[in-house]
Design a binder for this molecule. Structure first.
Ligand code: GLN
Length: 252
């Protein structure tokens, strides 16, 4: 282990882990933790749920997974509450101060301005990533690939919402297999500073190790400055990535 990583720690907030954890999204927390611990880092994970407070400025990385509309309604209501702190403002300030976020599907939608379901009122999001989402006529289900400037991401999408990226965010990449944000404009996911959102479940990070390491590097830099993560063997991770990508292309 290089001396530069000795004694460093990483603080992860798992937002609404009880409600928003569909299609193996918790595996993203496991991948982040393992790849950090294999480099000798100490990792703290705090699951923050409905009615609970987020400590301002504490966390390096926020993870927010997907869920059904029913869970999203409860979570959106909690995000709008002010009697236990303002979680949206806390996360917004953190992102402006170089914290990292990974948001998937329902969590991605609630990191945007709003999600309009088929039935019922619009759910307000916390507006960190400049995207809006609304339920569409079809459900997009299947393996998906997003080509980003740093590499391909492969995962599994299952959403009915159409998400549109506004000028305050950048598409995370181009969707080469699957529907991506909306099945129309070819974009996949979105990013603002170090906050990323996309529709890829599956879990995403175990089979996309380069992205896991990018998130870890950015999250560590917030309090510890630039770090270089020593490479890992990654044979299994690469095999998982290639096999998922092959399946995605084959079922396109
Ligand atoms: N309810 C949202 C949709 O269908 C989110 C789904 C999810 O998080 N898997 O678009």
């Amino acid at each position: 282990m290089p001396a530069t990583l000795t004694g460093l720690d990483l603080r992860i907030a798992f937002l609404y882990g009880a409600e928003m954890n569909i299609y193996g999204d918790r595996g993203n927390i496991i991948a982040l933790t393992r790849r950090a611990e294999w480099r000798g880092l100490a990792v703290t994970i705090e699951q923050v749920g409905i009615g609970e407070r987020l400590t301002p400025g504490y966390h390096d990385l926020y993870f927010f997974g997907g869920g059904q509309d029913k869970e999203q309604i409860a979570v959106a209501a909690d995000l709008a509450r002010r009697d236990n702190g303002d979680k949206g403002a806390t996360i917004r300030e953190a992102i402006e101060a170089d914290a990292v976020a990974l948001t998937i599907c329902g969590g991605y939608q609630l990191f945007g301005h709003h999600y309009r379901p088929h039935n019922g009122p619009e759910l307000p999001g916390i507006g960190i990533i400049d995207v809006t989402s609304e339920a569409g006529p079809d459900r997009f289900i299947g393996n998906s690939i997003i080509a980003t400037p740093d590499g391909d991401l492969v995962g599994f999408e299952n959403h009915s919402a159409l998400t549109f990226v506004g000028p305050g965010a950048a598409p995370f990449g181009t969707v080469t297999v699957g529907a991506g944000n909306n099945g129309r404009d070819g974009t996949g996911g979105a990013r603002y500073r170090h906050a990323y959102g996309c529709y890829l479940h599956g879990s995403l990070l175990p089979k996309n190790p380069w992205f896991t390491d990018l998130l870890l590097t950015q999250a560590l830099a917030r309090r510890h400055g630039p770090v270089e993560l020593p490479p890992l063997a990654d044979d299994l991770e690469r095999a998982a990535h290639n096999s998922a990508a092959r399946r995605a292309w084959a079922t396109r």
